[in-house]
Every structure is written in structure tokens, then in C-alpha cells.
Design a protein around this ligand. Structure first.
Ligand SMILES: NC(=O)c1ccc[n+]([C@@H]2O[C@H](COP(=O)([O-])OP(=O)(O)OC[C@H]3O[C@@H](n4cnc5c(N)ncnc54)[C@H](O)[C@@H]3O)[C@@H](O)[C@H]2O)c1
Ligand SMILES: O=C(O)C[C@H](O)C(=O)O
Ligand SMILES: [Mg+2]
Length: 562
């Protein structure tokens, strides 16, 4: 906090200062600042506090009836006065997170070109591939510590949105700041504009991206390589988060870069960490261990296989052999259960096939093993949906699961809300209130017979802000599996249900900043013990994390020249 009291020396003045979102204070500029920075007459007479500004902004926000209008309104505040934006979001996190993030951000990506107002972040288009270094120098942020990058091809469960995918890095980075205390000055959203195969975007006269089919293969790989090399030259210590890449690219990109720079794939690893954390909390509250569960997945893609591998690693840490752990995990995709000998599986899916000898008698008429057949034969206690396809946890599937398992754990994690595998109220009705439900998108508590069931939001948003804070605090140079596992365990320790035997599976969003600090602490400790942190061992880690935590408060400005 002492840090924050030091004045900032600012070379901008007049309208340019008011147009600089990181520095603008609007009506909160003091009398002295108004004189020193040539602002007299550019602002209303009254000098306001940030609380007064936030009160007015909240009133205006509340007048909008649609979530998209609210989203556009908040994004506009973000683009004009970031401090006020974060003050507002922090004060109303439960109400505003679904507006700046999932699910509304999905619609904002689909309508990106329609609602476009101001420049934010970097848009790197394939036709500009020969001047990426120059373009990075145009960035409005110079001291970048965290980048979220997408190519817009798998936006939530909404498919290819081309340049509209930019909504996702913007939304994720907003959470890095509001939930993880990363100064907005340190963040940079990037979209790789490599075309789009979505006819709705290509045929839309308003579409603002490169109007071309997606590039692929060698051209695509080379372009990504050029961008990442340029990022490393410009910001060698940056944490790079890959987000919402299509299945064919997500894992190969992670494999290609994970040992070369400080990076992770949020859909594979962040999702795995939050899901394992949630499952650990669920097991703890039931007095069991993860190794005792049998787990079925619908969707064996980036998220599904990422979660499965993290579950297996946790089961092994609880004493199972790798083979025993894999035996307990059933992956169902479009063509049924992943089994040995199946054609066209990607390398990361091949590691998760079931032994055909065990499952051959389960097959239906078409020779494949459906989700229902897995439920009836394997009798899972945990069911996870990451298919992006809505409604597939049918009444029959859930009731069959409940027949074999008194208190099933059911996580329909697909986003946004329109893609959920089953709605929580249905799952609870079909299981007489016995299921433990968590979803990827936010849902209100379910009321049945005067009992209220809270629905946890099992979304990687519980994890990545804490990872970012931990990485910055200890100056980590890589993201290791131990760091991710540490984040899961730290999250599980924050679970009200695990702690007290009742209440929600995951902590309320009002506590997210404290949760992020705990995750950051665990992540940084794991980074130090893995030898990937530059921070010296005897520094007080907790104090360093607190010192890194940015708060949306105005600082005093003093004038300086360029
Ligand atoms: N809650 C979270 O934090 C979180 C995190 C990551 C992803 N997700 C969600 O999970 C979904 C999948 O993401 P992903 O990155 O794994 O995508 P992906 O494309 O890599 O994987 C989706 C998989 O589901 C399969 N699938 C599609 N329709 C199916 C059907 N009818 N039956 C069986 N399988 C089917 C696909 O073949 C594919 O293998 C998305 O909706 C995404 O929003 C949620
Ligand atoms: O963006 C989210 O809400 C979570 C996740 O990264 C997803 O792709 O669905
Ligand atoms: Mg994602």
C-alpha cells in the first residue's frame, strides 16, 4: 500500500491524458492536477471520489436490461478509465463477472464486429507476418508480464469466431486483474488473425478480420512460431496463456512451447487444475479419496483429456499404479468410448483408451460403446461433460448413474450456458437432490422442496489468476505439473463444503482474491522447489504476493516531460 502512495510521474496532459485509460481519473482529478495537467474546463466542476464515480456508473449499468448492453457499457468504462472499471467489477464481482466473462463474453465474441468501439490489445494478421516485431513495438503496453493469446478457432463451445475471439483474451485478462491482482498495465490480449472458416463471419459485411479461409499446416505453424519468437524478443519473461485454440492445435502448441517459455494452455491445464481441485474437495467432504472414484467423461478433447491426465496423476499420488488409475477413467467421444484399436485418435487420446477385452461385451448394435453403456457397465461415481454439445446428460443417463451410485458427482462443464450438458435443476430433480453438481457457466442455486442447492462454477477462472500472481511473485520461468497440482490442492483447501461439510463446493466469488493469493503461494512454492523460480529462497513469499497485488485506487500524479 505504501507503494501506491508514491506519486506517479506522468508526461501526458490535456485530452490525451483523459484518453489514456490506464491513467484517466475523469472527475477524480484533483484541483492541483487539473491545473498541472491542463485539464481545467475539460471536466465538470465537481471533484469526485472513486466511490462516487462507481456509484454513478453502477446506476447507469443497472438501467440496461440486456446482458450484452451491460457488457458493452462495462467494456467502454474499461477502455476509458481502467481503475474505475476494476473498482466497479471488484465491488460487484458476482453480478458483473458473468457480464465481462462467461457466458456473456461468448455472445460478445460472436458479435465482436457489430459492437466494436475502440482498440485494445494486439491483432496480428497473417498478411502482416513479415513485420511482427514492428507491430509488437506498437503495443500501448510496454511492461507486459502476462499475455493471453487465441486464434479464435474454438471459442467456448461456440466454434470458430475468427477475430471475434479477441473477446476471450480481454475477458480472461480482466479476471487476472480483478481476481488475481495483476496490474492492468502488465497485461496484453492478443488475437492471431489467421482467417476464419465460419461462413457467418466470412459473409458478414461488418466482419473486421482478415476475410479469408483459415491458414493451416506449415503456414500456420510458421506464423505462430514467428509470433512467439517475436514475443520472446520483446518480453522475454512474459507468462503466455494459450486460450481457445481448436483441438488439432491446442495440444501440439503446448507440447512445442512448454519447455521453451513460461506458458500453459488454460483449456487443458487450467481446466484440469480447477476440476481436480473441485473433485478433491468433493472427496474430502464425503470422506473418500479420488483413487476410489470411477470417472466417465463426455468429450475427449483438449479439456477432457487434460482433466483425465491430471486425475490420473492425482490417483497415482494417492497410491495407485498408472495402469490402475487409467483403468478407472472412461473417455467417451462422438464415436463412443475410446478403446484400443480405434482409428484416427490423436496421440493424447490414445493414452486414454480402455482395454477392449474389458469393454467388448458392453458394445451396442453399432459396435461402439455409448455413454449410457459406459454408465451401466463401468458404474461411474463421477461424470464430467466437456463436449460443447448441449443436453447430452439425458434423464436416462443421469437416472442410470444414480441407480448405481447414491451420491453421484456430475460436472457439466461446457460453456457457455447454451452448451451445458444438462441443467443443474434437472440433474438434481432426476437424482432426488442427491447429486453434487458443478457447472462451467454460472447458475443460480436450485431450490427443491425448500432446500437450496448451491451450484459451484467449476471454471478455470478459479485457477489462472492465482497462477499468474504466483508466477509473477516468484519470477517463474516455466509452468510445471507440480505447480498446477499445487494450485488444485490449494483450491480444494478453500472449499466451504470440504472444510465444514456443508455449503458450496467452491468458495464464493467475494473471496476470490484471497483464494488467488493462496493459490499463488502454493504455485510459487512449487516453482521454487522445482527450481524454475528466479526469486531467492529467503524472501518472504506471502509479503511479496501482497506487494504484487494491484488495487484499483487512484494515485497522485506529478508532471514530468518525456
Ligand atoms: N469449465 C471450464 O473451465 C472449461 C474449460 C475448458 C473447456 N470448457 C468447455 O468444454 C467444451 C470442450 O472444450 P475443449 O477445449 O475440450 O474442446 P475440444 O473441441 O477439444 O473437445 C470437445 C470434444 O467433444 C467431442 N464431442 C462433440 N460433440 C460430441 C457428442 N455429441 N458426443 C460426444 N463427444 C462429442 C468432440 O469430438 C471433441 O473431441 C467447450 O464447451 C468449452 O467451453 C470448459
Ligand atoms: O472461458 C471459460 O469460461 C472457460 C474455458 O476456458 C472455456 O473455454 O470454456
Ligand atoms: Mg477457454
Amino acid at each position: 500500500m505504501e507503494e501506491n502512495k508514491r506519486p506517479l510521474y506522468i508526461p501526458y496532459a490535456g485530452p490525451i491524458l483523459l484518453e489514456t485509460s490506464l491513467l484517466n481519473k475523469g472527475s477524480a482529478f484533483s484541483e492541483e492536477e487539473r491545473t498541472a495537467f491542463n485539464l481545467d474546463g475539460l471536466l465538470p466542476h465537481a471533484i469526485e471520489t472513486i466511490e462516487e464515480q462507481a456509484e454513478r456508473a453502477y446506476k447507469q449499468f443497472s438501467h440496461f436490461s440486456s446482458d450484452m448492453d451491460k457488457h458493452v457499457y462495462l467494456r467502454n468504462i474499461q477502455d476509458t478509465n481502467e481503475t474505475l472499471f476494476y473498482r466497479l467489477v471488484n465491488d460487484h464481482i458476482t453480478e458483473m463477472m458473468p457480464i465481462i466473462y462467461t457466458p456473456t463474453v461468448g455472445q460478445a465474441c460472436e458479435q465482436f464486429s457489430d459492437i466494436y468501439r475502440r482498440a485494445r490489445g494486439l491483432m496480428l494478421s497473417y498478411p502482416d507476418r513479415h513485420r511482427i516485431d514492428d507491430i509488437l513495438n506498437n503495443s500501448t503496453r510496454h511492461n507486459v508480464h502476462i499475455i493471453v493469446i487465441t486464434d479464435g478457432e474454438r471459442i467456448l463451445g461456440l466454434g470458430d469466431q475468427g477475430i471475434g475471439g479477441m473477446g476471450i483474451p480481454i475477458g480472461k485478462l480482466s479476471l487476472y486483474t480483478s481476481c488475481g491482482g495483476i496490474s492492468p498495465a502488465y497485461t496484453l490480449p492478443i488475437v492471431l488473425d489467421v482467417g476464419t472458416d465460419n461462413p457467418l463471419r466470412l459473409n458478414d459485411p461488418m466482419y473486421m478480420g482478415w476475410r479469408n479461409k483459415r491458414i493451416s499446416g506449415e503456414e500456420y505453424d510458421q506464423f505462430v512460431d514467428e509470433v512467439i519468437s517475436a514475443i520472446q524478443r520483446r518480453w522475454p519473461n512474459v507468462l503466455l496463456q494459450f486460450e481457445d485454440f481448436a483441438q488439432k492445435n491446442a495440444m501440439p502448441l503446448l507440447e512445442r512451447y512448454k519447455d521453451k517459455l513460461c506458458c500453459f494452455n488454460d483449456d487443458i491445464q487450467g481446466t484440469a487444475a480447477v476440476t481436480v481441485g473441485s473433485l478433491l474437495a468433493a472427496c474430502q467432504s464425503a470422506g473418500t479419496e479420488l483413487k476410489q472414484q470411477t470417472i466417465a467423461f463426455l468429450g475427449a478433447g483438449s479439456a477432457g483429456c487434460g482433466i483425465a491426465e491430471a486425475i490420473i496423476a492425482q490417483m497415482v499420488s494417492e497410491g495407485l499404479s498408472d495402469e490402475e488409475a487409467r483403468d478407472r477413467v472412461y473417455m467417451v467421444d462422438r464415436w463412443g468410448l475410446l478403446q484400443q484399436g480405434m482409428q484416427n485418435l490423436l496421440p493424447f487420446q490414445q493414452k486414454l483408451v480402455q482395454n477392449q477385452q474389458k469393454t467388448q461385451s458392453w458394445a451396442g448394435e453399432d459396435g461402439g460403446v455409448s455413454l449410457l453403456e459406459v454408465i451401466n457397465n463401468a458404474k461411474p461415481s463421477v461424470l464430467i461433460g466437456v463436449s460443447g454439445a448441449p443436453g447430452l446428460f439425458t434423464e436416462e443417463v443421469i437416472r442410470s448413474m444414480h441407480q448405481h451410485c447414491e451420491k453421484p458427482i456430475v460436472f457439466p462443464l461446457s460453456n457457455p450456458t447454451s452448451r451445458v450438458e444438462a441443467r443443474p435443476e434437472d440433474i438434481l430433480r432426476w437424482t432426488d437432490g442427491q447429486a453434487l453438481v458443478a457447472t462451467g457457466s454460472p447458475f443460480d442455486p436450485v431450490e427443491i422442496d425448500d432446500v437450496s442447492y448451491p451450484i459451484a462454477q467449476c471454471n478455470n477462472s478459479y485457477i489462472f489468476p492465482g497462477i499468474g500472481l504466483g508466477v509473477l511473485a516468484c519470477q517463474a520461468e516455466r509452468i510445471t505439473d507440480n505447480m498446477l497440482m499445487a494450485s488444485s490442492r490449494a483450491l480444494a483447501q478453500c472449499s466451504p463444503l470440504a472444510e465444514t461439510g456443508e455449503g458450496a463446493l467452491l468458495p464464493p466469488l467475494e473471496e476470490i482474491q484471497e483464494v488467488s493469493k493462496k493459490i499463488a503461494f502454493a504455485v510459487a512454492r512449487a516453482a521454487m522447489s522445482d527450481g524454475v523460480a528466479k526469486m531467492v529462497k529467503n524472501v518472504d513469499l506471502k509479503q511479496t504476493i501482497d506487494a504484487h497485488f494491484w488495487h484499483p485506487e487512484y494515485r497522485n500524479y506529478k508532471r514530468t516531460s518525456f
